[in-house]
Design a protein around this ligand. Sequence first.
Ligand SMILES: CC(C)(COP(=O)(O)OP(=O)(O)OC[C@H]1O[C@@H](n2cnc3c(N)ncnc32)[C@H](O)[C@@H]1OP(=O)(O)O)[C@@H](O)C(=O)NCCC(=O)NCCS
Length: 208
Amino acid sequence: MELSPREHGPISIRIVRPRDARTLQNELMENRAWLRPWEATSPDGPTSFDMRLGVKRLLQQYRDGLGVPFVMEHAGEVAGQLNVWGIARGSLASATIGYWVSKRFAGRNITPTAVAMATDVCFFELGLHRMEICIRPENAASLRVVEKLGFRYEGLRRRFIHIDGDWRDHYAFALVREEVPEGVLRRWVNGAAPQDAAVIPPADRISG
Ligand SMILES: CC(C)(COP(=O)(O)OP(=O)(O)OC[C@H]1O[C@@H](n2cnc3c(N)ncnc32)[C@H](O)[C@@H]1OP(=O)(O)O)[C@@H](O)C(=O)NCCC(=O)NCCS
């Protein structure tokens, strides 16, 4: 399916292309220490890492309607990846977002802007109803992303995703379409994203 391009100022998202594989592989290698604590790993042990194959798999999942693999760009330069995965259709109509940017692009609002645009694509072009983001309690930078956009805290999931070599607890955040009739990007840009939606209740707090 052809999706309309999305951009806001210097920040844009587009579907990954096979020729992005080399750039992405280089960025991932150069940002090992930055990304490793937050990177999904296989519970079956180390796997070989080939981005060409990785992009191929992502594009196959896209064709199968299971995911939407975006790259995030800043002024036309690839800054990182934003992957919509686990698309469930039918009565659930839900998906999950994962993301990373290279360290040199951090702190420029690239990720929140891209998450807002990708969620709007999913809600208003692909007809999904719910978008989820799961974050390790220790990941302060990523928690800022959901706070900024007013994603709603939904709960603590114990030993939920295999990250950096072990099963890690995650906080889950979500939005449903009726919460954002004007779209996630417009709501945020207009200063209308609720400030406290992502607040973690004391009982669920795990110190990072
Ligand atoms: C989490 C991440 C995607 C945020 O992306 P981003 O585009 O930098 O997002 P923002 O610009 O909104 O910055 C979010 C917060 O990061 C922190 N931050 C900013 N610059 C930073 C830097 N150079 N180094 C570390 N943290 C920084 C700030 O606390 C910022 O919040 P603020 O804008 O209120 O000051 C990015 O930090 C990253 O790729 N981290 C490694 C991978 C990862 O954690 N992925 C997410 C797994 S759930």
